[in-house]
Design a protein around this ligand. Sequence first.
Ligand SMILES: [Zn+2]
Length: 160
Amino acid sequence: MYKGQHERRDRLVKERHHDTYKGRRKCASATLCMNCDAIFVDGRWTWIKGVESIKKTVCPACRRIKDNYPAGQIEISGSFFERHQHELLNLIRNREKQEKEQHPMERIMDIGADKGYAMITTTGVHLARRIGEALAHSYQGELDFQYGDAEKTIRVSWKR
Ligand SMILES: [Zn+2]
């Protein structure tokens, strides 16, 4: 093999290596959820991409979903809800999308809707409260919420 060939190969290897790690940030303390790809970095859960993490776990939100152990419960009822169910449930799903983008641990677990009644469960207390407030803000009605377990759980009810 000629000297020149060696050099060319070294350069290729280097470039390939460089490409693989382009844009990645090494962070030894980062922890990745192997279920949803949320990543715990600098003390909070985020959706940051391209952080190389060594530690893997199942995040609290995924654990709550798996164990069916909600932090928030929202009860919705009334004839107004029955007439506008589709629209209201859309508003709720949009609220979740916004919240989840900023706070990966705030998610809807389940929406159980029947005629004029819905029970929605969430992984976080903030989302449950935000949903109640969004309904009251857009459609008035009667909003009520009650924290339990040192503010680790919340029951929200909205009626119209
Ligand atoms: Zn997860």
